[in-house]
Design a protein around this ligand. Structure first.
Ligand code: C2E
Ligand code: MG
Ligand code: MG
Length: 574
C-alpha cells in the first residue's frame, strides 16, 4: 500500500457523454500546476460502473447533467463500494439541493454548473484524492502492524470471522493458531537492537513457509502471531502445521554472524469445538499457547474443554441433523424385549444415537429435545423408522424371522399431518409388514390433543400398526381415554421398576399398572429391568415382557442378531 505523496500521474475517470466535453476537461487538466493527470473516459452507465469498480482510477469525475439521472445512480453505486474511487461531480445545478444531497450521499466534491475552471477542477480532484489517501492511511494503521506489514489484532479478528462463517456454510472446521515467541527478548539482546528487525523479518518469513495460507498471518503483539487454518475436515488437520512450525524453529537463525535460536509455543483452538466467534477462539488459542509454554520450548497444545449443554444445543442447531443424516452419523441400537412366559426375544426397541465425529457417541436425551424444538425431528424420525424397518428385513434375510420392532415417536412427529403416511412409506420401502411394528408414544403426546390423537391412532391401527404407551405412570393420562384409545401395550416406566423389590409404593404402582393393563386387555412390558429380583417380582405379578440391562443393554444390529441366535438356540434346546 502506497501512502507517500503522489509523484506519478493521478488517473482520472471522466464520465461524460460528449467528446467535446472530454477535450475541454483534458485541456483544463493539462494546465494544472499541482498534478499531472492521466484522463480516461467512459460514456455509458454500465461501462462507467465497471471502470469505477475496477478500482484502477484515483478519482472519478462525473457529469451531473447526464441523461436520466445517471450521475446520481453512479454516485449511489460508488458510495456503496468502499474500494471505488472518490467521486467529484460537476455540472450540478446551482441552488437545486442536489449539492447537499450529493455530499450526503458520499460525493467527495461538487462543482456547480458553469463553475468548471482549470484551477477549481485541479483543487477538487487533488483534495478528493488526498482525503482518500488519508482515509486509506488511517485504515492501514488501524488494521495492519506498521513494523511488519502483517494484519494486526483488529484485522485478524475479521479474518477469523470470515473463516468461521465460511466454515459454517461449508460445514467444515477451522483452527485459530497462536504462535508465541518464547525467548525473543533474549534473542534480540544477542543480535543487538540494530539487527533485531532483520531477525523479526526472518522469523516471520520462516513462519510463513509453514502455513497453508500465509495471507492470514497476523501480529497480535510484540512477540505473538496468529493465523488461521481453514477448510479442515477434522481437528487433527491443524496438527501437522504446528509440528512443521516447531520443527522449523529448532533450526537457528543466522544473523550478523550469530546463530540465534528463537523458540516458540503454539496454541490451537478449533471451530466449532472450542468456540463460535473470533474472540472466544483467539482467547482459547491463547490459553492453549500458555499451556504449551509450560510444556517447554517448541511445543504445541490444543485447547480442550468439555462442552456445556447449551453449546451442544447450538451444535445440534448449527450443524443441523440433516447433515448428520446425510453423513450417516446417526446410528441405531437395539434393545431386546423378552417374553416372560417363553423366555424368547420377541423383538427390539430401536434407540437412536449420534456418532459425532468429534464428540463421540451422543445419547438421544442430548439431541432429541433440540430436534423437536427445531422440527428436525421429522426427517430424523423418518430416518429412524425407515432404517429400523429395513434392519428387521435384514435380520429376516439372515435367518431371524418373526421379530417385532418398537420405535419411539416424538410428540411433534406424531402431530405432523403426514405422520401415518410417513409410517406407511417406511413400511413400503423396507417391505416389513405393519403388524410387526409398534410405535411408542408417551402419555403427554397422546393427551395433548385427544381428538387429533384418536384420529391418528385410528389411522395407524387401520394400517395394522401397534401402539404402546411409553414411560407409563409418569404422565397424567385419564383412564377414560386409555379405554377409548386403540392401544395395545403399556410400558411401565423404569422409575417404578427401579425399586419394586425395596419400595412398597413402587411395587404397588407396578402391580397396579399390570392389573390395569390386563383389565383393559392390553399387554404390559416393564422397562429398565436391571436385577434378578426385579425380574422375579414382575414375573410373579404376571407382567408379560421385560426390557432392560439385566437381559441386555441396547446393542448394535450385529450384536442384537447374535443375541437372538443364542436365545433361540437355548430355548430350542430346553
Ligand atoms: P425410552 O423409549 O423410555 O427408552 C428406554 C431408555 O432406557 C433407553 O435410553 C435405554 O437405553 C434405557 N434403558 C434400557 N434398559 C435400561 C436399564 O436397565 N436401566 C436403565 N437405567 N436404563 C435402561 P436411551 O437409549 O438413552 O433413550 C432415551 C430416550 O430417548 C428413550 O426413552 C426415548 O424416549 C428417546 N428416544 C430414543 N430413540 C428415539 C428415537 O428414535 N426417536 C425418538 N423420538 N425418541 C427416541
Ligand atoms: Mg421407548
Ligand atoms: Mg421409556
Amino acid at each position: 500500500m502506497t501512502t507517500a505523496p503522489r509523484r506519478e500521474a493521478l488517473s482520472v475517470l471522466l464520465v461524460r457523454n460528449s467528446s467535446a466535453d472530454r477535450d475541454r476537461v483534458a485541456d483544463m487538466l493539462a494546465r494544472s500546476r499541482r498534478n499531472v493527470y492521466a484522463l480516461d473516459w467512459q460514456s455509458g452507465y454500465g461501462a462507467a460502473l465497471r471502470a469505477i469498480e475496477d478500482g484502477r482510477h484515483d478519482v472519478a469525475l462525473i457529469d451531473m447533467t447526464l441523461d436520466d439521472g445517471l450521475g446520481a445512480h453512479l454516485l449511489r453505486e460508488i458510495a456503496e463500494d468502499p474500494g471505488a474511487a472518490p467521486a467529484v461531480l460537476y455540472g450540478v445545478p446551482a441552488d437545486s439541493g442536489i449539492e447537499a444531497w450529493a455530499i450526503g450521499a458520499g460525493a467527495a466534491d461538487c462543482l456547480v454548473e458553469g463553475e468548471l475552471s482549470a484551477a477549481l477542477l485541479d483543487r477538487a480532484l487533488s483534495h478528493a484524492w488526498e482525503r482518500r489517501q488519508a482515509a486509506a492511511r488511517f485504515h492501514y494503521l488501524s488494521n495492519f502492524d506498521p513494523d511488519t506489514g502483517l494484519a494486526n489484532r483488529v484485522q485478524f479478528r475479521g479474518i477469523v470471522e470470515r473463516a468461521v462463517s465460511q466454515a459454517r456454510r461449508r460445514d467444515d472446521m477451522i483452527a485459530v493458531v497462536i504462535v508465541g515467541l518464547d525467548s525473543f527478548k533474549f534473542a534480540v539482546e544477542t543480535v543487538g537492537r540494530a539487527a533485531s528487525e532483520r531477525l523479526l523479518g526472518a522469523v516471520i518469513e520462516r513462519i510463513k513457509t509453514c502455513l497453508p495460507d500465509e495471507q492470514s498471518l497476523a501480529r497480535l503483539g510484540d512477540d505473538s502471531f496468529a493465523f488461521v487454518v481453514d477448510a479442515m475436515a477434522t481437528i487433527d488437520d491443524a496438527e501437522p502445521v504446528a509440528i512443521r512450525l516447531t520443527q522449523a524453529m529448532s533450526v537457528p537463525f543466522e544473523i550478523g554472524g550469530h546463530d540465534v535460536f528463537v523458540a516458540i509455543s503454539v496454541g490451537i483452538a478449533t471451530y466449532p469445538i472450542c468456540g463460535w466467534d473470533a474472540d472466544t477462539l483467539a482467547a482459547s488459542a491463547g490459553t492453549a499457547m500458555g499451556r504449551a509454554r509450560l510444556k517447554g520450548h517448541n511445543c504445541h497444545q490444543f485447547y480442550t474443554r468439555k462442552m456445556t449443554a447449551q453449546e451442544l444445543q447450538r451444535l445440534v442447531l448449527q450443524t443441523s441433523l440433516h447433515r448428520a443424516l446425510e453423513r450417516q452419523e446417526l446410528i441405531l441400537h437395539y434393545q431386546p424385549q423378552v417374553d416372560l412366559r417363553t423366555g424368547l426375544i420377541t423383538g427390539a426397541e430401536a434407540l437412536v444415537r449420534w456418532q459425532h465425529r468429534d464428540f463421540g457417541l451422543l445419547g438421544p436425551a442430548e439431541f432429541i429435545p433440540v430436534a423437536e424444538e427445531t422440527g428436525l425431528i421429522i426427517p430424523l424420525g423418518a430416518w429412524v423408522l425407515t432404517n429400523s424397518c429395513r434392519q428387521v428385513r435384514t435380520w429376516e434375510d439372515q435367518g431371524l424371522p418373526d421379530l417385532r420392532l418398537a420405535v419411539n415417536v416424538a410428540q411433534r412427529q406424531f402431530r405432523a399431518h403426514a405422520f401415518p403416511e410417513a409410517v406407511a412409506k417406511a413400511l413400503a420401502q423396507s417391505g416389513m409388514t405393519a403388524d410387526r411394528l409398534n410405535l411408542e408414544l408417551t402419555e403427554s403426546t397422546l393427551m395433548e390433543d385427544t381428538e387429533a390423537s384418536h384420529a391418528t391412532l385410528a389411522r395407524l391401527r387401520a394400517m395394522g400398526v401397534g401402539v404402546s404407551i411409553d414411560d407409563f405412570g409418569t404422565g397424567y393420562s385419564s383412564l377414560s381415554y386409555l379405554k377409548r384409545f386403540p392401544l395395545d401395550t403399556l410400558k411401565i416406566d423404569k422409575s417404578f421398576v427401579n425399586d419394586v423389590s425395596n419400595d412398597p409404593e413402587d411395587a404397588a404402582i407396578a402391580e397396579a399398572v399390570i392389573g390395569l393393563a390386563h383389565n383393559l386387555k392390553l399387554n404390559v412390558i416393564a422397562e429398565g429391568v436391571e436385577t434378578a429380583e426385579q425380574l422375579a417380582f414382575l414375573k410373579d405379578r404376571g407382567c408379560d415382557a421385560i426390557q432392560g440391562n439385566f437381559f441386555s443393554p441396547p446393542v448394535n444390529a450385529e450384536a442384537f442378531a447374535e443375541l437372538v441366535r443364542k436365545n433361540r438356540a437355548r430355548i430350542a434346546a430346553a
